[in-house]
Write a protein that binds this ligand. Structure first.
Ligand code: HEM
Length: 229
């Protein structure tokens, strides 16, 4: 595997970049993100008559109704792959409690007052475990009301409960997703982790210093110089 830490030497400043995600992980993540956005839009169209106009983007009501659960299947497969890849990095640690109790310092940009963070901070871990409950919950309640294939699997009273639970879980999911996407945009330099796969050395040092230290410790040679961009 290639070295995760690179030194890029343009004419003015030498810059260190650190690999955060492989191409495969990025494809996995964006499949998840796109399928979720499509599910949210099609789900909202089914949720309330005032939002039914969204069905136009899916080829009308009947097509949307057929597509929504199929996209749900794409989401659950993409999620399971993501879960298997990242569950280890989201296991809670003692220092996560300190991070959470000093979230004010995070918001005011004083991360130096907090314990060093590994691959993910406590906020990201909370989002990860919330997704881990919500995605399977949405999938199971969705199967319970997918009458085209699973009509006989549940009784009418069970379907009623499932419809309600599905809508409530969807509201939570949209809320957690907004927090996740907002945090990714708010912390400058994070989006490029999922688009290009690399972050700057400064980003890694500032936000995930323990992760960077572990990467450096695991590498025996000094960073190789990559051609200037
Ligand atoms: C369009 C919306 C989205 C944007 C802009 C976005 C952005 C990002 C970015 C930039 C990262 C890298 C964060 C880092 O390395 O520190 C990330 C990680 C991740 N994203 Fe998203 N994402 C979106 C949607 C989703 C959805 C819908 C899900 C799940 C259903 C999801 C699940 C994850 C997971 C599991 C990680 C790895 C972080 C962890 O394990 O805690 N993302 N996302």
């Amino acid at each position: 595997m290639s070295d995760p830490i690179r030194r890029v030497e343009p004419e003015v400043h030498p810059q260190v970049t650190v690999r955060r995600y492989s191409a495969l992980t990025r494809v996995n993540h964006w499949t998840l993100a796109v399928s979720f956005v499509l599910l949210a839009l099609s789900g909202l169209a089914l949720f309330h008559p005032s939002l039914y106009w969204l069905a136009t983007f899916f080829g009308g009501g009947p097509t949307l109704r057929a597509l929504h659960p199929i996209i749900g299947c794409v989401l659950i497969v993409a999620w399971l792959l993501m879960f298997l890849r990242f569950a280890w990095a989201n296991v809670p640690e003692k220092t996560d409690w300190i991070w959470l109790s000093r979230v004010r310092d995070v918001l005011s940009g004083h991360e130096e007052k907090l314990p060093e963070v590994g691959k993910y901070n406590a906020g990201q871990k909370l989002v990860f475990w919330a997704f881990s409950l919500l995605v399977p919950g949405l999938f199971l309640t969705g199967i319970a009301i997918w009458d085209q294939y699973f009509y006989t699997w549940t009784t009418i009273p069970q379907k009623r409960v499932a419809v309600l639970a599905h809508a409530i879980l969807a509201i939570f999911m949209i809320t957690v997703w907004i927090v996740h996407a907002y945090a990714a945009i708010w912390v400058q330099g994070t989006i490029q982790a999922m688009t290009r796969g690399y972050v700057t050395g400064g980003w890694a040092w500032r936000h995930h210093r323990k992760w960077l230290r572990d990467l450096v410790r695991g590498r025996k040679r000094p960073p190789p110089a990559a051609p200037a961009a």
